[in-house]
Every structure is written in structure tokens, then in C-alpha cells.
Design a binder for this molecule. Structure first.
Ligand code: SF4
Ligand code: SF4
Length: 438
């Protein structure tokens, strides 16, 4: 059996948040394999912990991937400030065709377009993927999961950081389906009585009031902040209010564009132009929407650049949704050239944390060694890019650890879902499976 099939059977998907089924990437050919250990979201540390604790497995997974795609070398992209992680992976790379590349401490150094350019000097074509320039990129945790898949172990657990308004920020390894409420208890409990949870990080994550949301294969962390926190107040502003404020207050200063990492790499992303859609209808909006098509939703324009605290990222989200609904394709220039000021305009993580008003929460989140064994797991059937799984169990079934409980429809993009631990199915519908653990 080849590696791609082993990884498919293990249900491995991108662990950095993207969730693309990993076996599909492993069926391609590439010259370079990159492990993404940049970890740019303020307050999250799970990738650094993985590299410190499991460097040998990161490197073993990379070596397997290098052989599977026929690559010449592997590169681990990591920030120089993560000294312990750098030392651990550098030692594990000894004697292999894998090297460590230190990245600048800016946001978003881990964006695939930025990372591929930093490591190889190549720019991914507009609308393309790293494989278009011969590069395979996976998060460091994904490589650990590739190594485990090669050993016949399915993906059943997830590493994530719990940070923000909790008593003891920590990095945890939990069974898929564990609720964030349970994770928070293992991080010492809440340090606010009116919490809002941001899953996946403050810049690119999604916020929710529901602490019983389960951890999935793509959960990189949970940041808890009080509802009155500045960032939460901004995120909670209704989209109609975001748009109407933008329409009346945007003075077209261009700061959002001048700091946009995609614009600085030379791509045709200009959020200040997208902001003009707020004042146009019909053909005017269709023209200005084009400037959002290559936006990666990093959030820098909204949460850092705009001096008036408007919402250009959200305007870009809306523009992309309109383009999809109208089936309008982007038809701009195909040969980006980095901006002369690209290096000088990088946003340091510390400056970003200051702007986000989270410096007080910027604390270590060490690995919690204790095993976490919830009494109940909530397992969404959609945990990857592509389609949701179809359930393979019914209420009352007793399942064993690692048993397949959901699988994608034939020929559909997706990933198998396994029972993280042994238990009894006590709920099944099209969205999720609930397991009671005795
Ligand atoms: S930075 Fe803010 S005010 Fe300036 S153009 Fe962008 S959205 Fe408008
Ligand atoms: S979210 Fe804003 S800064 Fe980020 S890529 Fe999109 S337009 Fe650029």
C-alpha cells in the first residue's frame, strides 16, 4: 500500500486549519516539501509544542512525504524566536535532506503564498496552490499524523492551545469531539463570567458563544475573551452596521491595501477598492469586487491596518461571496511581482498583539501531560474540505477505538472519520455522531 492510501485510510486532513484531505496532496509530484511551523496567530502555541515534543515524528512524516512525492528536499519553516522548537527539529534533521529555515516574526509568515516565497523564491500563480510551483506544504502536526498513518494509526486526537481569559493557558491533546468547555476546564477554567470563544485564533478564527462546540481535525486553538473586549466588540458588530459605517467613513486612505500581505507580494488585492462596493450597486460593485478575489482573509486590514477601525476584510468576504454566487471569475494579471516595500511593511507579532489589546494574555501555554478522557464526544461529520461524511453507524452501536464511523460519498472529496475511543453511539444525524464513553 502506498503512503497516500495509508493516509486516506487514517482520515488525515490539514491540521493547520485548512482541512484539505492530505492523501490527495500525496498523490502529486513535488520538488520541495515544506513543514509549516510558522504559527502566526497571537496566543497560540500548539505547533511550537509539537516541534518540541515530537520533532522526530515531524521529520519522519516529512521523510515519508518526500519519498512519496519524489521531492529533492524538505524544509521546516519556523520562527527563530521559538528557540526550543528550533533546536529540537534541527537535531532531528541531522543526516537527512531536510533543513530548517528561520522565518521572520511577522504576521502572516505562515500564509502558504508567503511561506513558499520565503523558502523557494517562487510565487504561486494567482488562484493557484503550492503544487503549481512544485511545492507540497503541510502543517507540522499533519506530518506527525502522516507518520502515525504509516504505522496504521488513524487520526483520533487533536493538539490545540487554550488561551486568553482562562486561569492556566495550556496546550492539550484531546480526543476529537471533546467540547471546548471541557478543554477550558483543563486550562484552569474561565477567568471571565461573560466569555466569547474564538476558535482558530483571533485573526482568522470564528467566534461563538457556544462553549460546547466540539474540537475537530482543524481546531488549532480556542481563545476566550470577555464579551466587552475590544476585539470581541468589533467581531460582534452586525454585518449591516459594518457595511454602513464603512460606506460613510472610509476616506480611501489605502492603508488597508498598503499593509495587505497579498498586495505586497504582488497580487491584485486592493481592499480599499473593495470598500467602494459599499457605495455602489450593479456593475460598479462587480468591478470593485474583483479586487477581493485573491484575498486570503488574513484579517490584517480590519484588525491592524485601518486607522478608522472599519471592516475591509469583511467587505472582501462579501465580495468573494457575490462573485461565487454570480459565477464571476477573476481575470487579472497572472505574473505577480513583489512590492519594493514588501519586507519593510511586515507587521511584527508583538505589534499585532498590542493592537489587538491582548498583550496581557500573551503567556506561555505549556503542554498538559494529563490524559483527557471526556464522557461524551460530539463528532461533526464534516471535518475537512470537501463534503461531509455519511454516517456508518446507528444509535445503539458499540464502537471500538479507531473504527470507521463516517466516510465520504463515493468519489467525493473528504476524509474518513474514526471513533477516537471505544463507546456507544447515542445520536446520529446528517451533521454529527454522538458517542457516550463508559
Ligand atoms: S484603511 Fe480603512 S479608511 Fe483607509 S481605505 Fe482602507 S477601509 Fe478605508
Ligand atoms: S484580509 Fe485584508 S489584508 Fe488580508 S489578504 Fe484580505 S484584503 Fe489583504
Amino acid at each position: 500500500m502506498n503512503l497516500a492510501e495509508e493516509v486516506r485510510l487514517a482520515g488525515v486532513v490539514g491540521a493547520g486549519g485548512g482541512g484539505f484531505p492530505t492523501h490527495v496532496k500525496l498523490n502529486a509530484k513535488a520538488e520541495t516539501v515544506i513543514a509549516n511551523g510558522a504559527e502566526c496567530e497571537p496566543l497560540l502555541h500548539k505547533d511550537a509544542v509539537i516541534m518540541e515534543e515530537s520533532a522526530a515524528e515531524v521529520v519522519r512524516g516529512m521523510q515519508l512525504a518526500i519519498e512519496a512525492v519524489g521531492a529533492k528536499e524538505g524544509v521546516i519553516g519556523i520562527k527563530g524566536k521559538k528557540k526550543r522548537a528550533v533546536e529540537a527539529v534541527a537535531a532531528a534533521c541531522q543526516g537527512r535532506n531536510i533543513r530548517v529555515q528561520l522565518l521572520g516574526d511577522y504576521y502572516p509568515a505562515g500564509d502558504e503564498f508567503d511561506l513558499v516565497y520565503s523558502v523557494t523564491g517562487k510565487l504561486i500563480p494567482p488562484g493557484g496552490i503550492p503544487l503549481d510551483v512544485g511545492v507540497l506544504v503541510n502543517n507540522v502536526e499533519t506530518f506527525v499524523n502522516i507518520a502515525a498513518a504509516h504505522d496504521g494509526q488513524p487520526l483520533t486526537h487533536k493538539m490545540l492551545t487554550i488561551a486568553g481569559a482562562v486561569k492556566s493557558p495550556a496546550t492539550l491533546k484531546v480526543p476529537l469531539g471533546t467540547t471546548f468547555r471541557e478543554c477550558i476546564q483543563h486550562a484552569g477554567g474561565l477567568a471571565t463570567d461573560d466569555p466569547v470563544l474564538v476558535i482558530g485564533g483571533l485573526m482568522m478564527g470564528r467566534h461563538t458563544d457556544d462553549l460546547d462546540t466540539p474540537v475537530t481535525k482543524t481546531s488549532t486553538g480556542g481563545v476566550i475573551l470577555p464579551r466587552t473586549h475590544h476585539v470581541i466588540e468589533r467581531k460582534l458588530k452586525p454585518s449591516r452596521a459594518q457595511a454602513s459605517i464603512g460606506k460613510s467613513a472610509c476616506d480611501q486612505c489605502r492603508y488597508c491595501t498598503e499593509y495587505c500581505p497579498r498586495y505586497l507580494l504582488g497580487y491584485s488585492v486592493e481592499p480599499h477598492q473593495v470598500m467602494r462596493t459599499l457605495a455602489f450597486t450593479g456593475t460598479g460593485a462587480d468591478y470593485y469586487n474583483q479586487w477581493a478575489a485573491l484575498c486570503c482573509a488574513c484579517g490584517l486590514c480590519t484588525l491592524y491596518a485601518c486607522p478608522e477601525e472599519l471592516f475591509p476584510k469583511e467587505a472582501c468576504d462579501d465580495a468573494k461571496a457575490v462573485m461565487r454566487a454570480k459565477q464571476i471569475k477573476w481575470t487579472g494579471p497572472m505574473h505577480p511581482k513583489p512590492h519594493a516595500m514588501a519586507d519593510g511593511r511586515h507587521v511584527p507579532i508583538q505589534m499585532l498583539a498590542k493592537k489587538l489589546h491582548v498583550l496581557d494574555y500573551d503567556l506561555p501555554a505549556p503542554l498538559l501531560e494529563e490524559a483527557i478522557a471526556p464522557g461524551r464526544l460530539i463528532l461533526p461529520l464534516k471535518q475537512s474540505a470537501g463534503t461531509a461524511c455519511l454516517p456508518k453507524v446507528k444509535i445503539g452501536d458499540r464502537v471500538s477505538a479507531g473504527q470507521v464511523i463516517g466516510e465520504p460519498a463515493p468519489n467525493a472529496l473528504g476524509a474518513l472519520l474514526h471513533a477516537p475511543v471505544a463507546g456507544v453511539v447515542n445520536g446520529v444525524n446528517a451533521q454529527q455522531i454522538i458517542l457516550e464513553i463508559s
